[in-house]
Design a protein around this ligand. Structure first.
Ligand code: SIN
Length: 324
């Protein structure tokens, strides 16, 4: 078990409030001690990798996480790996691990919406269910998973879609891939995509930022980012990937200057159409498919780190977004 912090490790002096608390305070040993039933499921070795509120997630911690997953996956007596994480940016870490940790040993993220000291804390059951899934033979070669609220989600597909509800996580296009009910771990489908090869985690990450399309966006942000030398931009476009005309112009100029531009959607669900021939409302930019802007940013950054020339090869970049 690799612990990184989050609300699952949060505590509060007021158990009746699930909003007023300090995230990332309770050590992983205490989280494990709070769930004696774990002893009947697995023998657990725990590492406190970090103690952070996931809003402050860093590339350094991502690198460390990938390194520790690789280490533990290679141990012959390890059946599965569970990672505790904050919910706020979990979908980004899940995307990174989906791309960077390709193997057969189950890698299962879990989290909680309520701190460990709150009334009806959801962390203990999520932790137990995550271990149940990581120890289950059915989880083998299913890629990186999130177990939360008795559901199993593919790491690539899952996103946080509610500020406070315990059922905050959804896989908006395809739904959960399975369920956990006490000792019953049931997979109902395989993940939509598993990468053919593990993407290397860069030592120095290329700068990739997110811009949004909305009424009268102006081009000042895109121009400033291009001038600052960003390597890539993900557009949180409207609807099915439509971009305001003023942004299309600015992004076209940025692309001409060597910035990789990818269109995602701000809607929260669905595929962004690949325009063929290019629609004026979309520009000619690469489609992120069904990846939301935050997930698309992770893939774009890894892709540009591995192959900086991709910015000038939209067809190759599009193929990566179609495959991963
Ligand atoms: C965090 O993301 O670390 C805090 C919020 C949460 O885990 O729900």
């Amino acid at each position: 078990m690799l612990a990184t912090g989050g609300t699952i490790a949060g505590s509060s002096s007021n158990p009746a409030s699930s909003a007023k608390y300090q995230a990332a305070t309770v050590p992983v040993t205490a989280l494990l001690d709070a769930v004696p039933a774990l002893g009947a499921v697995a023998r657990i070795e725990a590492e406190q990798l970090a103690q952070v509120d996931s809003k402050d997630m860093s590339f350094a911690l991502w690198s460390r996480l990938v390194e520790r997953v690789a280490f533990w996956s290679a141990q012959p007596d390890v059946s599965g790996i569970v990672i505790t994480h904050g919910t706020d940016t979990l979908e980004e870490t899940a995307m990174l691990l989906h791309l960077a940790c390709v193997g057969t040993v189950p890698v299962v993220l879990t989290a909680a919406m309520r701190p460990s000291t709150s009334l009806s804390a959801d962390g203990p059951l999520n932790l137990l269910d995550a271990v149940r899934v990581a120890a289950d033979a059915g989880a083998t070669a299913k890629g990186v998973l999130l177990v939360i609220n008795q559901e199993i989600h593919a790491g690539r597909d899952v996103m946080k879609a509610h500020t406070s509800a315990v059922n905050a996580f959804v896989s908006p296009v395809s739904g959960p891939i399975g369920f956990v009910q006490d000792n019953l771990v049931r997979f109902v489908r395989t993940p939509s995509r598993l990468p053919a090869k593990a993407w290397p985690v860069p030592g120095a990450w290329p700068q990739v930022e997110i811009v949004a399309s909305y009424a009268e966006p102006g081009r000042i942000v895109v121009d400033a980012l291009a001038q600052a030398g960003v390597s890539g931009l993900v557009v949180a476009a409207a609807g099915n990937g439509s971009v305001h005309q003023s942004l299309v112009e600015a992004l076209t100029d940025a692309a001409g200057a060597g910035v990789a531009v990818v269109r995602s959607s701000r809607t929260g669900a669905g595929h962004v159409a690949i325009p063929a021939p290019p629609r004026p409302a979309a520009g000619v930019f690469v489609s992120a498919g069904d990846l939301n802007p935050y997930k698309a940013r992770v893939l774009l950054a890894l892709a540009l780190a591995a192959e900086p020339g991709l910015a000038k090869d939209p067809a190759a970049l599009q193929a990566l977004f179609t495959e991963n």
